[in-house]
Design a protein around this ligand. Sequence first.
Ligand code: ADP
Ligand code: MG
Length: 580
Amino acid sequence: MAWLVHHILAGKNSIYIVSWLAFQIIPTWFVSRTRLEVGNVVNDFINGDFSGTLLSILMIFVYAVLGPVISIIANFSREMIAQNMERDVRREFFHALLDKSQAFHDSQKVGDIMARSTEDVRSLNLLINPALSVLMEAALILLIPIVVIAFNYPPSLLILPLGFIISFIISIYFYYQKLSPIAKAQQRLYGNLNHHILEEITGMIVVKSSAREKEATGHYNGIADEYRALNIKMGKLQAKSKSVYLVLLLSTSCLVHAILLYYNGRLTVGDIVAYYSIVLTYQQAAHFSVWAFTAVSKASAGADRLLDLMNKETFIPRTTTHKRREISGDIEFKNVTFTYPDETRPALIDVSFKLNRNETLAIVGMTGSGKSTLIKLISRLHDVDGGIITIDGVDITRYDLDALRQHISVIEQDIFLFPDTIARNISLGRDYPMEGIKHAAVTAQANDFIQQLPMGYDTEIGDKGIQLSGGERQRIAIARAFLSDPRILVLDDSTSAIDAVTEEKIQRAIANVQKHRTTILITHRLSQVRWADAIILLQGGRVTATGTHEELMAKSRVYRNIFMSRFEGELDDVDTSGDA
Ligand code: ADP
Ligand code: MG
């Protein structure tokens, strides 16, 4: 709640809050005034006071015209507060997401995050507009008549309305107590629904190829049913809310009370009419409140969920005492051990190796042996559990995180391209001159195919534009790496279904890009492994052999097996009793 209030009061909002309050009070006051004037009309009419009647009718007319006009300003202020707050919350939420470690993102359901950033933020907006403003209006509708009655009628007429307000607040309090657990469950289920849809869509090919449609549908229906049941429960609770009946009881009692006072000679007929109709406005307040409290409970459930996600303590610690920013490129792993969160089996065990600046290391190993994990640790997408990783002899946790990552370029297995132009995909949105981008593309062997695209460097890729092949994507990624000119370059490329011509081009691109920088290659391409300064063989998270290609071919059976098919002729006369 405090976080919500902080956001409501943020920035320029305070001006809008004042104007909202001010301009909301006036129309509500007009409503009570109108009912008083109706009483006056009745009295003046009975007494035959023609000009008095006319004056009162004129006043009613003025209130009817001015009220809605003033409401417009109130509505505008309210809208500004709500929209400002929604924007601020979205920003804060997005920043929080970017700040999280990869470990956090690994552990989150994407669908659920999507639900939080859309539905939950939306429900916060609804909290202001209209929920809180309706509540405010309801409060004014309750309080202003009290003031009007106090100034115009005998004090005893205050007793019933005041009694009503107290019992009304009590009944709303209990209503809210019952409502808020339902609202919480509702938002949580909505997150689940989203997560489920997303999972089935991304895994659609698996669902279809394993004929799992039935199970998928069954599971989804289960969640949807549960969600429906909660909505019905909420509707029932709303319907059972007592406050509306309380108002009927109140208005009838007030009428009786007023008539009694009339017989005592303390009220006129007009007074009875006016008093009764003022009390009747309470009906509106009761109606509003039930609805508004439902929205408030949803919003506060939404806020809880957002905060819950934002406050999860999975930040990679950014601040260190010695923030180093410069990197030359000597890398060393000393007895590094790492286990993914929520896993029991370590992904890397006691890994040690050394790589000098400007040299190339190749990592070879079966799927799941820990190759990708190893390189994730260098750019601190995760932090090691045991051992230490140094760059230029300094623990990587002592580098400024942003600087560290700027000096390391990783070309992933799945190259992600943004739905944007080729040029902007190479520059990653930063401001580079066009010649620079072109030069990078030429060196990355990408210029030829880019020139052949309909719009050249301005061709859109992705959903709305053209699709690129795996080899083309890879060269775009290499061009990216050129442009950012990192000290350390990492290529994660274990899948390699590429034709010979493309392979040759990529090989040349990589040879260009790895000059003058430390390079780590994950690859099973002989053409690349051959020229590496050192190769490490990973098996089940352990380094089981190191050396140059020739050394490993001679001493490691597993390594030989990996390259056997490409090397059959030469292998025939080699002793197969390796040590790994
Ligand atoms: P490789 O790149 O050599 O195929 P990885 O480094 O991707 O291997 O994976 C090493 C091991 O860690 C595997 O057992 C894999 O299942 C596990 N693993 C990889 N990524 C994650 C993750 N995000 N969460 C949990 N376990 C993971
Ligand atoms: Mg991998």
